[in-house]
Design a protein around this ligand. Structure first.
Ligand SMILES: NC(=O)c1ccc[n+]([C@@H]2O[C@H](COP(=O)([O-])OP(=O)(O)OC[C@H]3O[C@@H](n4cnc5c(N)ncnc54)[C@H](O)[C@@H]3O)[C@@H](O)[C@H]2O)c1
Length: 450
C-alpha cells in the first residue's frame, strides 16, 4: 500500500483536515479533489484567497501547498495514484421522499463510492470522513465490492473539529476516532490510517472501535453537544421569567466536575451545518429502529433550538411597543458563531426572516459572512448589507447582536447610540457586551436569560 492520500471533497472538512495531515506528514503526498472546479481554483489561487475562512488555515496552506498538498479536479487520476481514499463530501439532510427533513441525503456519498470503484486500479482503503448514518459503511462496501476487480475496505474516521477552531482542534485533538471491520484486512487498513495520525497525535488519543461504533459516536457526540445548548436555553426562558441570571446559573452548574463548563452558554441557539442535521439523522435512525420515545427525546433538542429564535423576535416585539413594521433593526453578526464565515443554519437567518415577516427594515453587518448572508437571504427584498457597523446602526431603532465577534464589545457604543433613533435598544443575544455600560450610555438592553 502506498502512503499517498487523496481526499474527495474540498469543503470545510476536506480542506483544513488534509492541510493539517499534509503539514504533519511531510513525507506523504496529499491531494484534495472536488467536482467543484471553482472551489479548487480558489484553493489554488495565487493570492491565497482560499474558499474557507478559518483562523490559521491560510498559513498552513501557504506552508504546504505545492510541497506535499495539492488541489485538483482530476478525481480519476488521483484515485489511481493513492491507496488511501478519504471521502469528505457533503451529507445534507434529505429534503424529499422517504425520511424527508430527517434522514441524510447520501446521494453524493454513493456517487463518490461509484466513482472510486470505476477509477480504481488496485485495492483501496476508503475512509469515511463525512458524518454518516450508522451502517453506511456496509452499504458502501456492498457497492464497492460487488463484482469488483479489486478489494475495498471501508473505515470510519469521523471528524470532531469545530469550525472557528479547526486548525487548533486538528493539531491538538481530544481524540481521533477510527473504526474498522474486525477482519485481518480491516486491521491492516486501520493501522494504515492510525499511522497517518500517529505522525503527531499521541497514540493514547487515537481511539479505535468497530465501524458501527465510530459512525454512531459522531452522531451521539454532536447530539450531546446540541442537547447541552438546548438545555441551557430552556433554563434561560425560566431565568427571564423569574429574575434568575442564566450566566450565573450556568457558571455554578458547570462548576460541578460531573457536568463541566463547556457548551453551557445561553444564546440564540446553535447553528452550523452539523448539529441540526446530525440530531435529525439520529431521530430518523431511532424511528427506523422503532425507538419512538428516543426519537421524540432528541427531536425536543431541535424544537427547543427553533423556539429560542422565535423567542428573540417575540421579546423584541414586546420591547418595541408591539409593532415592528417599518422600524430599522440592524443584525450585528450573521455567521453562526465567531471566527467563521459559515452561515449554514445560522440563527441570524431565522431571525432575519421572522423580522422581515413583520415588515422590519433589516440591515445585516458581519466582518466575514456578508457575501454568504447576501446569498442566503437573496429571496428577501429590502435587506441592506453593510460591512461597516457604524453605518449599519445609523438611524436604527434596535441592534440585535447575533454573533459574538470579538471586536463587538470594543466598538464605540456611544457613537452608535448617538446615530440611532430613540429610544435605542440593544438585544445582546450572546450576552457578550457590558450591559451596565450600555445602559449608562442610554440604551435599553435585552439579554438572553436575564
Ligand atoms: N463542517 C464541519 O464543521 C464538519 C465537522 C465534522 C464533520 N463534518 C461532515 O463532513 C462532511 C462534509 O462537510 P463540509 O462542511 O466539508 O461540506 P462542504 O459542502 O463544505 O464540502 C463538501 C464538498 O464535497 C464536494 N463533492 C460533493 N460530491 C462530490 C463528488 N461526487 N465528487 C467530488 N466532490 C464532491 C462538494 O463539491 C463540496 O465542495 C459532512 O458529512 C459533514 O457532516 C463537517
Amino acid at each position: 500500500m502506498n502512503r499517498d492520500i487523496v481526499c474527495i471533497g474540498a469543503g470545510y472538512i476536506g480542506g483544513p483536515t488534509m492541510a493539517v495531515i499534509a503539514k504533519m506528514n511531510p513525507d506523504r503526498k496529499v491531494i484534495v479533489v472536488d467536482i467543484n472546479a471553482e472551489r479548487i481554483a480558489a484553493w489554488n489561487s495565487e493570492d491565497y484567497s482560499i474558499p474557507i475562512y478559518e483562523p490559521g488555515l491560510v498559513d498552513v496552506v501557504k506552508e504546504v501547498r505545492g510541497r506535499n498538498l495539492f488541489f485538483s479536479t482530476d478525481i480519476k487520476g488521483t484515485v489511481q495514484q493513492c491507496d488511501i481514499v478519504f471521502v469528505g463530501v457533503n451529507t445534507p439532510t434529505k429534503m424529499f421522499g422517504r425520511g424527508s427533513g430527517r434522514a441524510s441525503d447520501l446521494q453524493y456519498w454513493e456517487a463518490t463510492a461509484r466513482s472510486i470503484k470505476e477509477y480504481a486500479n488496485g485495492d483501496k482503503v476508503v475512509v469515511e470522513k463525512s458524518t454518516l448514518p450508522v451502517r453506511t459503511a456496509a452499504a458502501m462496501e456492498a457497492i464497492l465490492n460487488d463484482h469488483a476487480s479489486y478489494s475495498f475496505t471501508v473505515l470510519s474516521n469521523p471528524e470532531f473539529l469545530a469550525e472557528g477552531t479547526a486548525i487548533k482542534d486538528l493539531l491538538e485533538p481530544d481524540r481521533v476516532l477510527i473504526g474498522g471491520p474486525e477482519t485481518e484486512e480491516g486491521h491492516r487498513a486501520l493501522e494504515a490510517v492510525v499511522d497517518v495520525y500517529a505522525a503527531w497525535v499521541p497514540r493514547e488519543r487515537i481511539l479505535t472501535t468497530n465501524v458501527w461504533s465510530a459512525e454512531l459516536t459522531k452522531l451521539a457526540a454532536n447530539a450531546f453537544l446540541a442537547q447541552r445548548v438546548s438545555s441551557i436555553n430552556a433554563i434561560a426562558g425560566l431565568c427571564e421569567a423569574t429574575g434568575a441570571d442564566v450566566d450565573e446559573v450556568a457558571r455554578v452548574v458547570g462548576a460541578d466536575r460531573r457536568i463541566g463548563p463547556k457548551f453551557l452558554k445561553a444564546g440564540p441557539g446553535f447553528g452550523g451545518s452539523c448539529f441540526k442535521k446530525d440530531v435529525l439523522n439520529l431521530v430518523y435512525l431511532c424511528e427506523t429502529f422503532g425507538l419512538h420515545t428516543a426519537a421524540e427525546y432528541w427531536m425536543g433538542v431541535i424544537k427547543m433550538n427553533q423556539h429560542q429564535q422565535e423567542r428573540i423576535v417575540s421579546r423584541l416585539f414586546s420591547a418595541m411597543f408591539n409593532t415592528l413594521a417599518n422600524k430599522k433593526i440592524a443584525l450585528f453578526g450573521f455567521a453562526f458563531k465567531a471566527d467563521t464565515g459559515d452561515t449554514r443554519e445560522t440563527p441570524a437567518a431565522t431571525v432575519a426572516r421572522l423580522l422581515a415577516e413583520e415588515h422590519v427594515r433589516v440591515t445585516v453587518t458581519d466582518p466575514k459572512a456578508l457575501d454568504n448572508a447576501r446569498r442566503d437571504l437573496a429571496d428577501l427584498s429590502g435587506v441592506v448589507y453593510e460591512a461597516d457597523e457604524y453605518k449599519a446602526a445609523e438611524g436604527a431603532d434596535a441592534i440585535v447582536l447575533m454573533t459574538d465577534w470579538r471586536h463587538y464589545p470594543t466598538l464605540d457604543w456611544r457613537k452608535i447610540y448617538d446615530s440611532m433613533r430613540k429610544p435605542a435598544l440593544v438585544f445582546d443575544t450572546r450576552n457578550c457586551l457590558d450591559a451596565a455600560e450600555l445602559k449608562q450610555i442610554g440604551f435599553r438592553v435585552l439579554n438572553v436569560g436575564k
